[in-house]
Design a protein around this ligand. Structure first.
Ligand SMILES: Nc1ncnc2c1ncn2[C@@H]1O[C@H](COP(=O)(O)OP(=O)(O)OP(=O)(O)O)[C@@H](O)[C@H]1O
Ligand SMILES: [Mg+2]
Length: 541
């Protein structure tokens, strides 16, 4: 080994001497040929092979260079302290739309890496660019490149896999470093100068699964479902399913549905497309919007019951009316004309496909178009799940139904930790028991509880006292309400029972019925009138 090094050193010495000599006496062409020959000779002796990855390949930017730079930046940052200790320099950069600082190899610095048990060495080489050659675009003054050194015997086993791995890793880092984006279609169907129907802003919602107050088991289930989804490319391919998943979040206002969406985006590192259905005029516009969404994104439709005519597909296409009319409150150009008017019967649309229908939405989430792009999650939220068409709820469309409920005791503990910094152990058992006793009955939302805690966050004792008071007050109110409801229901049930009994008696004794026929007829008339009056009243109302 020592001998080999001595030979190498003397060869290098000869090279330096020859270079000086060549520079002075030999013409450049000959010099170049000689150097080439020498390099080949050197390569024969060396047990390594070297790969150069230059920043600019001809006039195009070399994507592989950027990928290697990003990949090495993660290795450099993970060993940043070690690098500092050995007085290595690291360059720091922050990209556009990013709040993350990345580390990079400084000029002419080296870094070793191990892939599949094989060691390789990277060197970042920066040299001044010689005489500016003609180019359609200005080139940087420095020539940058990475040199990868691999042992010759390892090359066939790892080179391709290693470069693929680097590219994949770089994409992942890029996505992580980039701030999430929140897209909206609030401009309606109009496109921007680059033909995009979506507008975006950086998404900085701080909600995470850690801060989300919900039962830990339910939370863990959702998190693992999301993780499985994100890692499930091979699974979805194998099973022939489009790589998408649907979540329906339902529950009273202020229970954390929107916060959950933000937590999902932050957890997976996905962008959010907040689809405002009231701004979309036609099914084809909806399809175009979908086509312009990117992979690794969450497509959200909030308050779905308020956004679209929720009548059955056949009805909406065939011109039947909405069951109650109340769910069809979509407005705007091309929308259903009057309140309660389904798309198919809208005078403006007149049966042609000039407005969004439930079937349009179903196609959006589930049809062939839903899989242009991949790795997408659809999230619908509603306060009234009972208003939704069953077609929207079936498995495959909405794979997971998540009920966001009133604050439970485990959720309360999370809020106490978030807002007051208090763990279970920091609060007296007595107070904890008191809280546990009333939280269920109080039916307070996490939003209501957060308000009480925020208001008193400087004084934990006061916050707990006020919270207990609020919970007790609410629990008492709920008890009274429930009592009143049950009394009313009992009354209604009794009235129904009496009516049923009377009807039965009337059927059992036809004679009596015959005798009472006139009065029964009167009754019918009265009832009919009453009905008529009610209808009039409803009309006035
Ligand atoms: N489960 C929760 N965990 C933590 N904070 C919550 C939770 N639910 C509500 N909050 C707090 O209440 C506020 C309102 O919650 P959010 O907007 O997520 O409710 P929502 O269920 O989407 O309500 P809506 O049905 O009215 O849209 C949030 O900003 C958050 O601070
Ligand atoms: Mg919401």
């Amino acid at each position: 080994m020592k001998e080999l090094w001595t030979t190498m050193a003397s060869l290098m010495g000869v090279l330096a001497f020859t270079q000086t000599l060549l520079h002075t006496v030999i013409p450049p062409e000959l010099r170049f040929a000689f150097l080439k020959l020498f390099q080949r000779l050197f390569n024969c002796f060396s047990s390594y092979c070297y790969y150069e990855i230059t920043e600019i390949d001809g006039v195009n930017t070399n994507e592989l260079y950027n990928a290697v730079q990003l990949y090495l930046s993660s290795s450099a940052s993970s060993s940043a302290s070690a690098a500092a200790a050995s007085s290595n320099r690291l360059s720091l950069t922050r990209g556009l739309n990013s709040s993350v600082i990345t580390f990079g190899l400084a000029n002419n610095d080296r870094l070793s890496d191990v892939f599949n048990g094989v060691s390789v060495v990277w060197e970042h080489i920066v040299t001044p660019r010689q005489a500016q050659t003609f180019s359609w675009r200005p080139l940087p003054e420095e020539k940058r490149g990475f040199t990868l050194r691999i042992n010759k015997r390892d090359k066939p086993h790892i080179l391709e896999d290693y470069l693929d791995f680097i590219t994949e890793k770089a994409n992942e880092i890029r996505r992580k470093n980039q701030d999430r984006l929140l897209y909206t279609n609030s401009r309606g169907g109009s496109l921007d100068s680059r033909g995009h129907p979506w507008e975006s802003v950086p998404f900085k919602h701080p909600s995470t699964f850690e801060t989300l107050a919900m039962d830990p088991e339910k939370k863990a289930e959702i998190m693992s479902d999301l993780r499985d989804f994100a890692d499930g490319q091979a699974f979805y391919k194998r099973t022939g399913r489009a790589w998408k998943r649907g979540y329906l979040l339902y529950g009273p206002p202020g229970t954390g549905k929107s916060s959950m969406i933000a937590a999902m985006a932050n957890f997976l590192g996905y962008d959010i497309y907040d689809l405002e259905l009231t701004e979309v005029n036609t099914n084809s516009e909806l399809r175009k919007l979908l086509m312009k969404t990117s992979s690794k994104s969450i497509i959200v439709i909030e308050d779905i019951d308020c956004s679209i005519n929720l009548t059955n597909r056949k009805k909406s296409n065939g011109g039947g009316g909405s069951a109650d009319g109340a769910s069809d409150i979509r407005s705007g150009p091309g929308g259903p004309g009057g309140p309660g008017g389904p798309a198919g019967t809208d005078p403006e649309n007149n049966g042609n496909n000039n407005s969004i229908t439930l079937s349009g939405l179903l196609n959006f989430t589930d049809g062939l178009w839903s899989c242009c792009g991949s790795e997408r999650i659809f999230v619908f939220t509603t306060n009234h799940i009972e208003k939704l068409d069953p077609a929207l709820l079936r498995s495959g469309r909405m794979d997971m139904h998540v009920f966001m409920s009133y604050c439970s005791f485990p959720s309360l503990k999370i809020l106490l930790k978030n807002y007051l910094g208090l763990d279970g152990g920091d609060i007296s058992t007595e107070v904890m028991n008191d809280l546990a006793a009333v939280i269920g009955e109080a039916e307070m939302t996490p939003a209501d509880i957060s308000e009480v805690l925020i208001k008193n966050r400087r004084d934990n004792e006061k916050a707990l006292g006020e919270l207990l008071e609020a919970l007790r007050g609410r629990a008492e109110k709920m008890k009274k309400k429930k009592r009143a409801v049950s009394v009313r229901r009992r009354g209604e049930a009794e009235v129904e029972e009496v009516a049923e009994e009377e009807e039965k008696r009337a059927l059992d004794s036809p004679k009596e019925v015959g005798g009472a026929a006139t009065s029964g007829g009167d009754d019918v008339e009265v009832n009919y009138k009453k009905g008529g009056k009610d209808e009039e009243d409803n009309g006035i109302i």
